[in-house]
Design a protein around this ligand. Structure first.
Ligand code: NAD
Ligand code: DGY
Length: 326
């Protein structure tokens, strides 16, 4: 029976289906390589499926039998693709099935920050709403404002669609290459990063985390933004220099931020972001709805099983492994 290592998250019905066919073991340790059971199961594992397991050279040295690593996420910055490819191990992810859900969350963050929804919810629940509101409780409009999207991929475009047609926003975008079809669809304008930062009322970051995007938004970039700008990060925490973000928020270089992702997750209790009144925080819930988590688990399991059964997985990240195997 093939051995499957499940890490951190896989929806129960999918886990149960895998358990019928394979020898499945679930692990959740933050430092799995220090767990002897994990290392011993890894020695024989044919496949890994799960979320955010750091699959690097050290881990792979303990996994001589591994054929596939199936990420239950679209982002795969946790995988050393070069090392996996070198060892002929297939890597897969779950693009597409979470696009609309993440875009909804990004719009939710924009609205929550601009209209100060969490703060005013607390105001009402703490019984402070005893007379009519003053200017101090006013928010900022979202509709008809300029939205700059950094990373105009699947999710970036789903955000553009909502913002353009739901909120009449003007869309600027920056991506590795211009996207003429997206420009036509969403009336979007391609900009350099600096132009986007200077002109946007809302800046939404939704790129993958790569060597190029790590720390792409830092002190210089916050200085370019309008003092009234609202910054949304739905990508990965490390795309932003967090200490520079904190400084920009404290010094009024930007107005506010909505963050679903952080440099260290779960966030450390002493992270200053938690004490800033102009920040709305979420615990990395971009794709976390019942429907979408199930769809991601199903797709990840399909990818895993295809690889184990000698078929080409639908969402293969390193196709050269397949070409070599043919
Ligand atoms: N917060 C969450 O829960 C959550 C959920 C899903 C995805 N994400 C993040 O969103 C990312 C994007 O997902 P997607 O499905 O839209 O991916 P995608 O590949 O369709 O889009 C990524 C876009 O980023 C652009 N890009 C890459 N490098 C860039 C750079 N250096 N400068 C500017 N643009 C660059 C690409 O050109 C592409 O258009 C994921 O990799 C993941 O990190 C977060
Ligand atoms: O990349 C993704 O799919 C999400 O961030 C994982 O929850």
């Amino acid at each position: 029976m093939k051995k499957i290592l499940v890490y951190q998250r896989l929806e129960r019905p999918v886990l149960q289906e895998l358990q019928i066919k394979y020898d499945v073991r679930f692990f959740n340790d933050p430092n799995p390589l220090s767990n002897r059971e994990f290392v011993s199961f890894l020695q024989e594992a044919d496949g890994i499926i799960g979320l955010e397991l750091e699959v690097n050279k050290t881990l792979l040295d303990h996994a001589p039998n591994l054929k596939v690593v199936s990420n239950v996420s679209v982002g795969y910055n946790n995988l050393d693709i070069e090392e996996l490819t070198k060892r002929n191990i297939m890597a897969t992810n779950t693009p597409g099935v979470l696009t609309d859900t993440v875009a909804d969350m990004a719009m939710g963050l924009m609205l929550a920050v601009a209209r100060r929804i969490p703060e005013l919810d607390q105001f009402v629940k703490s019984r402070q709403w005893t007379q009519s509101l003053t200017e101090e409780q006013y928010g900022t409009d979202v509709h008809h404002k300029v939205l700059g999207i950094i990373g105009m991929g699947r999710i970036g475009q789903a955000i553009a669609q909502r913002a353009r047609f739901g909120f009449d926003m003007e869309i600027l975008y920056h991506s590795r290459t211009p996207k003429p079809e997206a420009e036509a669809k969403y009336d979007a304008t391609y900009c350099t990063l600096d132009e986007l930062l200077q002109q946007s009322d809302f800046v939404c970051l939704i790129t993958p985390l790569t060597k190029e995007t790590e720390g792409m938004i830092g002190k210089r970039e916050f200085q370019l933004m309008k003092p009234s700008a609202i910054f949304i990060n739905a990508s990965r925490g490390k795309t932003v220099v967090e200490s520079d973000l904190i400084a920009a928020l404290k010094e009024g270089q930007i107005k506010a931020a909505g963050l679903d992702v952080f440099t260290k997750e779960p966030i450390e209790p002493d992270n200053e972001l938690l004490d800033l009144p102009n920040v709305v925080t979420l615990p990395h819930i971009g794709s976390s709805t019942y429907e979408t988590e199930l769809a991601m688990s199903r797709l990840a399991a399909e990818n895993l099983e295809a690889a184990l059964n000698g078929q080409r997985p639908k969402n293969l990240i390193n196709p050269s492994v397949w070409e070599t195997a043919k």
